[in-house]
Design a protein around this ligand. Structure first.
Ligand SMILES: NC(=O)c1ccc[n+]([C@@H]2O[C@H](COP(=O)([O-])OP(=O)(O)OC[C@H]3O[C@@H](n4cnc5c(N)ncnc54)[C@H](O)[C@@H]3O)[C@@H](O)[C@H]2O)c1
Length: 318
């Protein structure tokens, strides 16, 4: 009895495919994938990438940096991490005439990946009506068209590439940290309030210097506190962790009172030498905007400072 059930379930085991560049992954893609996944036993996503095309898409965009294949792969993996019947594969399209001119070579490349993973598709899902007959012809499978008019999620990746910050709520939650603009506003006393104010205005996260806060709380007499070399490294590591954590929930932009270039500069001034950890953080964790108290005149009012900074931030987002 059990054997018979297994044979019949193998015979009806439905395997679906979804193709896409996911450049970047957005809620329309997720809707398509979830609707597809709910109609099959297993869904395989093929993430198409082609170096020159992808670079051109980036150059024609307003994205702050270029997503690599690994970024796009991770967005999919993280988004569908709890969907155990959804699998993602990278499809390198190098050397194939670009869409829609390379259907034969492209479908051969797809089939070689499917063969490698022993995947025999029964249905292809797409929201592109013009591709339906091609898919049927080259893959000899059923094709299901999902929301061709984009009624449910009215967005395209092209629009997001053009205006990522105006289309923020369409960007997949797991892709958003990639797009966060990092802004450091550095200064003392009154000026130190400015990044907190800006975070409130932009309904987003502020990341203070956690290490200094910790030291201030731990020691009563910190008037003559002098940091040693390891303090700077601890400060930098803690700050990188806190920035990363805040970027998971930040809204378009993130404000902080410290960037790694400035921290390294403090270190160099104190010890007359560089530090490799700080150097690496400086290089690998660039900020989009660094504003210093010294960029302003002493006589500038608090209001005029905030207004000036608001203009700079707006430039970053448009
Ligand atoms: N070289 C060739 O001849 C050839 C032929 C066919 C396909 N391809 C490749 O296949 C891939 C197709 O990618 P794409 O440009 O369609 O990717 P995409 O990332 O823009 O879209 C992925 C899928 O999501 C769907 N989608 C987009 N927005 C949606 C929304 N708002 N609601 C619902 N669904 C939505 C698309 O229709 C598509 O089916 C590319 O890598 C392309 O190169 C190449």
């Amino acid at each position: 009895m059990t054997g018979i059930m297994n044979i019949s379930s193998v015979a009806t085991h439905q395997i679906g495919l979804v193709f896409g560049k996911f450049y970047p992954l957005h809620c329309g893609h997720i809707y398509l994938i979830e609707k597809a996944a709910s109609q099959v036993d297993e869904l395989h996503i093929l993430l198409g990438c082609e170096q020159n095309r992808d670079l051109k898409l980036f150059q024609d965009s307003h994205m702050p940096r270029q997503p690599g294949v690994e970024d796009r792969f991770l967005w999919l993996q993280k988004t569908f991490k709890n969907r155990h019947n959804v699998h993602t594969h990278v499809l390198d399209e190098a050397g194939i005439a670009s869409y829609p001119n390379g259907w034969q070579d492209w479908s051969d490349r797809v089939k070689s990946i499917l063969d490698k993973h022993h995947v025999v598709p029964s249905v292809i899902f797409t929201s592109e009506p013009q591709d339906v007959e091609h898919y049927k012809h080259y893959f000899q499978t059923a094709v299901k068209l999902i929301d061709a008019d984009r009624d449910f999620v009215n967005i395209s990746a092209t629009k997001i590439r053009q205006q990522p910050y105006d289309n923020w709520h369409f960007i997949a939650q797991k892709a958003r940290p990639f797009f966060i603009k990092r802004i450091a506003i550095i200064g003392r006393s009154e000026f130190s309030k400015v990044p907190k104010q800006l975070a409130n205005i932009y309904n987003t996260e502020y990341v203070g210097n956690g290490y200094v806060n910790y030291i201030n709380c731990s020691y009563q007499d910190n008037a003559n506190l002098v940091f040693n070399k390891s303090d700077y490294i601890s400060m930098a590591k803690l700050h990188a962790e806190r920035l990363h954590a805040a970027s998971l929930s930040a809204n378009r932009v993130l404000f902080t009172s410290l960037d790694f270039r400035t921290l390294h500069h403090y270190y160099q001034t104190a010890f007359q030498s560089s530090n490799t950890i700080l150097q690496e953080l400086e290089e690998n964790y660039p900020f989009d905007l660094i504003i210093n108290e010294t960029d302003f005149d002493d006589c500038d009012s608090a209001l005029s400072v905030v207004e000036e900074i608001l203009k700079m931030v707006e430039k970053q987002l448009h």
